[in-house]
Design a protein around this ligand. Sequence first.
Ligand code: SF4
Length: 192
Amino acid sequence: MALSVVDLYRDILPKTNCRDCGFSTCLAFASMVVSEQHPIKNCPHLTPEVVAACEKELAVQYAAGKWLKRDMKTDALKWAKEKSASMKIQDLPDRIGGTLIEKDGEPALELPYFNDHIIITRDGITRKDGAEMTRYEQVFIYNLMFWDAEATDGFGAETKLSFDDTITQHLDIESIMFLSERLREILCEFSG
Ligand code: SF4
């Protein structure tokens, strides 16, 4: 039987709020165990038998994703990948620029990206040297690919923000993207 936060708190934990686990209450600890896979053995006031029994129950519900805190970045990337599955790589240069190339015998798009280049293929998006991009970055690129100029009264995604090429020495890519998004908001507020 699955262990909810209430089950764990009500039926298993000592409810003394002693803080020995590092949390201020047993309820907070229960919540972390159920939703974020915090180890239940970190409560030192449970017998090894109780810990083992709970770990068995918890392993099943973790595997099923039951009550686990959702990872928004992973969800967004999954959604973006599914949505992009019907797109043709060959159509992308007209939509977002870049150059069509071939990678492993398949069409791919090489696109300038900050001080670097990225490669978009059917399988995903990587840096030109093959290094992985963060999930935020990939969702950002997928959103560029989805931009529908017709649905936005003919406005293509044409705004370009230019930064000094030393910016990546001072800010990580995610910070640059958040900065760009805020600049876009300010420009829209100003023009609107
Ligand atoms: S160590 Fe156990 S009893 Fe103490 S607060 Fe944490 S969960 Fe509750």
